[in-house]
Design a protein around this ligand. Structure first.
Ligand SMILES: Cc1cc2nc3c(=O)[nH]c(=O)nc-3n(C[C@H](O)[C@H](O)[C@H](O)COP(=O)(O)O)c2cc1C
Length: 261
């Protein structure tokens, strides 16, 4: 009988097993990638609809999306631009501003003093989503937002109503905050707290505050804090201030108010 208990045979069996397993894992990764990407896109779209208060359980997401028009915005001017006029972006449907923020041709590095949301680089172009009335006026606008919490970047959407001030919805589709603490940003009750709140004061300054405690019932600009998660809530306030301000969507919102976007 052949002796199987040799170092050579043990090594051959171990290496063969590694090879077979790595082929299985690599094949699974390649085969499943398109399905993963499609699911990610579906989740992104569901979050846009949820922020705009247009998500209906059981309804077809692609049908619901027909109510929404994506638009490319030059963040430096706050004006809508066509992909035909922008080098490096050829298809609006495929444009991913989070990926663009990592591309030196499509983003700018932020210095520490200019980066309260701690995003490190800012994309030059944002893809926002409009819900328009028949006459073309903006009924709702969904703005992608992001910024650092405690453990990493939070990515989400802020939807404003026709006054470009009152919140229609807020949600984060990706973050690394701790479930039960900072992860409570996903809590439907906390998100409901944002609805109807005004982001700007009458003089146009950003008035939003995320409190440490509970906001008074009649608060116009104040949001309840998340208990045990002061650092996440501070990050959330910072990122909202950044994206609502002059370096974020401030110029776009001002242009839209004047009908000049
Ligand atoms: C394991 C662990 C996870 C934590 N996760 C979070 C978090 O996601 N967000 C957060 O703001 N604080 C988190 N904290 C708590 C912070 O360290 C800090 O104590 C807290 O933000 C203070 O909030 P408070 O002033 O409301 O108590 C975590 C702490 C521990 C030990």
């Amino acid at each position: 009988m052949a002796n199987n208990d040799t170092i050579k045979k043990t090594v051959i069996v171990a290496l063969s097993l590694c090879l077979v397993c790595s082929v299985i894992v690599s094949t699974a990764a390649v085969v499943l990638k398109p399905a993963q990407e499609a699911n990610k896109q579906l989740d992104y779209n569901r979050n846009i609809l949820a922020a705009a208060d247009l998500l209906e359980e059981g309804a077809d997401v692609n049908e619901l999306l027909k109510q929404i028009t994506p638009k490319l915005v030059d963040l430096s001017t706050g004006k809508f631009v066509s992909v035909d006029d922008v080098d490096g972006i050829s298809d609006l449907a495929k444009y991913d501003q989070n990926k663009a923020a990592k591309d030196p041709a499509l983003s700018d590095k932020l210095s520490k003093g200019d980066d309260p949301a701690k995003i490190l680089r800012k994309e030059k172009y944002a893809k926002v989503f409009l819900v328009q009335a028949e006459d073309g006026s903006v009924e709702k606008i969904v703005l992608p937002i992001k910024g650092y919490g405690l453990w990493g970047q939070l990515y989400g959407f802020l939807a404003l109503g026709a006054d470009l001030n009152s919140v229609v919805g807020v949600g984060f589709y990706d973050h690394k905050e701790t479930p039960g603490l900072g992860g409570e940003v996903d809590n439907p009750a906390w998100k409901a707290n944002w609805v109807g709140k005004q982001m700007y004061a009458a003089d146009g300054s950003i008035a939003l505050k995320v409190l440490k405690a509970k906001a008074p019932a009649d608060a116009k600009h104040e949001i309840d804090g998340l208990s045990g998660a002061t650092l996440t809530t501070r990050g959330v306030e910072n990122l909202f201030h950044y994206w609502l301000g002059a370096d974020g969507y401030g110029p776009l919102l001002n242009n839209l108010k004047k009908g000049e976007a």
